[in-house]
Design a protein around this ligand. Structure first.
Ligand SMILES: Cc1ncc(COP(=O)(O)O)c(C=O)c1O
Length: 391
């Protein structure tokens, strides 16, 4: 099968499938175009549907063993795609990455202690800290007003650590500002973590969405940090199977791994569900061609986003997209806050994620999910233009 532009251009009707992106009427009216939640409107790799169908043929769905084949598939994928060596026994299976964030907060900090996060960032980073009654210590990214590109504020990170943060939680590549952190940037953060003796949790769920000339660098390959880091990953984002729920934590430090194992056992999390495991194995072992085709398509769409925004929302400033399928648009020149922007967009029949979902720095910004057929992306941004015209 060819995973070319024609394949990813296929329009699939996802309505009425309990699909958050399409069926959540609190976000979007009937007939709207959803360019919001990080979920792709593409068919998943055929090897995955084949594996699920094959497993469904067997009529028994009882308890599973923790089959080493699952870990082997994950290890093989990370070695092949990212050159990262993970040893058997260094991974723990999870239902989702957010479970991993919460587990790490509970395992490595105590109630009332602070967790440093680099903001604006994926909303559940805040919730993972708050629901566990820890303190969010936000470290704002620096934004270049000219280019819209973001960079780390290492001084502010050091200040958070000096002020008592007990854990550093990173998103790499960074959702929502589409930054691919370099080895140097990660190493600088690792040196700070070492200086203040705190663990690092790095959410690498977007690792596979990286565009040329960039190259993804895992926190686990940074010599200064690998003994104090936990990497969170998942086939769910890469292969668009988030509804199946299967993720993993990877850690090289035996003491930390022991604490994490106890933490997930305490929460009652075991080896994963039958279908999720079958899907993850097929994704990791048999879907490289699909993934290569996907990245090529997204790369084209990434360029299309800039053209469409220049045409339909010319006062917006879109941050350069080094990674992820999410574009971060500064809409402040239109003089509306996120709620007003979202309301106008709802009326015009399109939905984006409002920037404040990622923290207060996101006020006046929209995040655009461009992982959909290009006809849909084009129509969605055209509708954004109509929403802005109604001013
Ligand atoms: C940075 C980041 N982490 C985690 C998640 C959610 O992952 P999961 O569904 O495995 O909890 C997302 C989903 O958008 C994300 O962008």
């Amino acid at each position: 099968m060819q995973f070319d532009a024609a394949y990813f251009d296929q329009v699939i009707d996802r309505r009425n499938t309990d699909c958050e992106k399409w069926d959540d009427r609190s976000i979007m009216n009937e007939g709207g175009i959803p360019l919001w939640v990080a979920d792709m409107d593409f068919p998943c790799a055929p090897a995955i549907t084949d594996a699920l169908q094959a497993r469904a043929q067997h009529p028994c769905f009882g308890y599973n063993i923790d089959n080493p084949a699952n870990e082997k598939a994950l290890i093989g994928f990370w070695q092949r795609r990212h050159g990262l060596a993970i040893r058997p026994g260094q991974t723990l299976m999870l239902p989702c990455v957010v479970t991993g964030l919460k587990t790490c907060v509970r395992c490595f900090t105590k109630e009332g202690e602070g967790v440093a996060i680099v903001t604006p960032v994926y909303g559940p980073f805040y919730d993972s800290i708050r629901v566990n009654r820890r303190k969010v210590m936000p470290v704002s990214l620096l934004r270049d007003g000219e280019t819209g590109r973001y960079s780390l504020d290492l001084n502010a990170m050091e200040e958070a650590l000096r002020n008592g943060a007990k854990l550093m939680m990173l998103c790499s590549p960074h959702n929502p500002v589409s930054r691919l952190w370099s080895a140097e940037e990660l190493a600088a953060l690792c040196r700070l973590a070492k200086k203040y003796d705190v663990p690092i949790v790095c959410d690498e769920i977007h690792a596979d969405f990286v565009y040329q000339p960039g190259r993804f660098v895992s926190i686990l390959s940074i010599p200064e940090g690998q003994d104090r880091a936990v990497m969170l990953c998942s086939a769910s984002k890469t292969f668009n199977v988030a509804g199946l729920q299967q993720a993993a934590m990877v850690c090289r430090n035996p003491e930390m791994l022991k604490a994490l194992r106890a933490g997930i056992a305490e929460a009652g999390v075991f080896c994963g569900n039958t279908f999720a495991l079958a899907a993850a194995r097929a994704a990791y072992e048999e879907s490289d061609a699909w993934l290569d085709g996907l990245i090529a398509y997204l790369d084209g769409s990434r360029k299309l986003v800039f053209g469409l925004m220049a045409k339909y929302a010319p006062k917006a400033k879109v941050t350069p997209i080094e990674a992820t399928y999410l574009a971060w648009a500064d809409m402040r020149a239109y003089g509306m806050d996120c709620e007003q922007l979202k309301e106008k967009c709802r009326t015009a029949g399109v939905a984006f994620t409002g920037g404040t979902f990622f923290g207060p720095e996101g006020e006046g910004f929209l995040r655009i999910n461009f992982a959909c057929p290009r006809t849909q992306l084009t129509e969605g941004i055209k509708r954004l233009g109509q929403a802005l015209e109604e001013e």
